[in-house]
Write a protein of this length. Structure first.
Length: 302
């Protein structure tokens, strides 16, 4: 039946709406005047959502963002203060025996498909706030509805909003340039940083870029990042073996998209008095973008 609905949707809407074809007619949304999806019904059932408006500046101080580069293996997380909240992304859940995650972001649908055990473990935690897209929520409800205990915050890619047409990369600036919350790279109209996640988040090939936009919205003024290696993409992530390694598509995007986007994010965050510290000493992200400090040195000096 799902494939029938997909065909109906595909042939009754313009191609720019194609990213919605797996959601219709099962997904019913209500948008708030702020732009966020404020109410959701999926397959006839209400899915409770955490209000993005209520989350604005609801947190403060430091936060640890755990990316999944191999350098993660060298960090002694016991030095981390228990008062510092932690956001995980993707396979960072393998640190759950050492870190208490209260925030999580997953926007990679391949990760949902390939790592079901991790997804089930995360969504079963009542003290986690999970940021994901509508496609992610659909997968969670369909596959792990019985285990769902975490709180859900529905975020959208600014170029692929639900039941709205796709925004092509060359049209991003034309679409959003009148919106003061959207900060564009001065030389790259295809690179944008959102300071209001209710109106969309922008992608730069890595979930870390999404996370920076989310954490700034939440109100943190110091974002500590571990595992942000951005190099040696042929090596397994810290939790993988060579045999079970998921593919990484970053190598082809690092120079053309990821680095310019991080440089832009650094400028936007600096203007908002938000400090970003990179705990990966061998990171390909230069310290002209994010300040590099060794994990143990940072917590010794506090």
């Amino acid at each position: 039946m799902g494939s029938l609905f997909k065909q109906i949707y595909r042939y009754t809407r313009p191609r720019a709406y194609r990213h919605n074809e797996n959601l219709w007619p099962f997904t019913r949304i209500t948008r708030a005047p702020s732009g966020e999806i404020s109410a959701l019904r999926y397959k006839g059932k209400t899915v409770p959502l955490v209000s993005l408006s209520a989350l604005k500046n609801s947190m403060q101080g430091e936060v640890l963002l755990t990316a999944t580069g191999p350098s993660t293996r060298n960090i002694d997380f016991s030095l981390l203060s228990k008062t510092i909240p932690v956001m995980g992304v993707n396979g960072a859940w393998h640190l759950a025996d050492r870190l208490h995650f209260s925030l999580y972001t997953i926007v990679d649908m391949e990760f949902f498909d390939k790592k079901p055990d991790i997804i089930r473990a995360i969504v079963s935690q009542p003290d986690i706030l999970l940021f994901t897209t509508m496609h992610g929520i659909a997968k969670i409800v369909d596959r792990y509805g019985d285990a769902l205990r975490c709180r859900l915050a529905l975020i959208e890619d600014g170029c692929y909003k639900i039941y709205q047409p796709k925004v092509a990369s060359e049209a991003i600036k034309r679409t959003y340039q009148q919106n003061p919350a959207m900060c564009f790279h001065p030389q790259r109209p295809d690179i944008c940083f959102s300071t209001d996640i209710r109106q969309g988040i922008f992608d730069a090939g890595t979930v870390v870029y999404w996370a920076l936009q989310i954490l700034a919205w939440l109100g943190f003024n110091t974002i500590l990042v571990s595992g942000l290696d951005m190099t040696n993409f042929n090596q397994p992530r810290f939790y993988e073996t060579q045999q079970e390694k998921l593919p990484s598509y970053l190598a082809t995007k690092v120079d053309t998209l990821v680095m310019p986007s991080f440089a832009h994010a650094a400028q936007v965050l600096q203007q908002r008095q938000i400090r970003v510290i990179n705990f990966s000493p061998e990171s390909a992200v230069p310290d002209t973008i994010f300040e590099k400090v060794a994990f143990n040195e940072y917590f010794k000096s506090e």
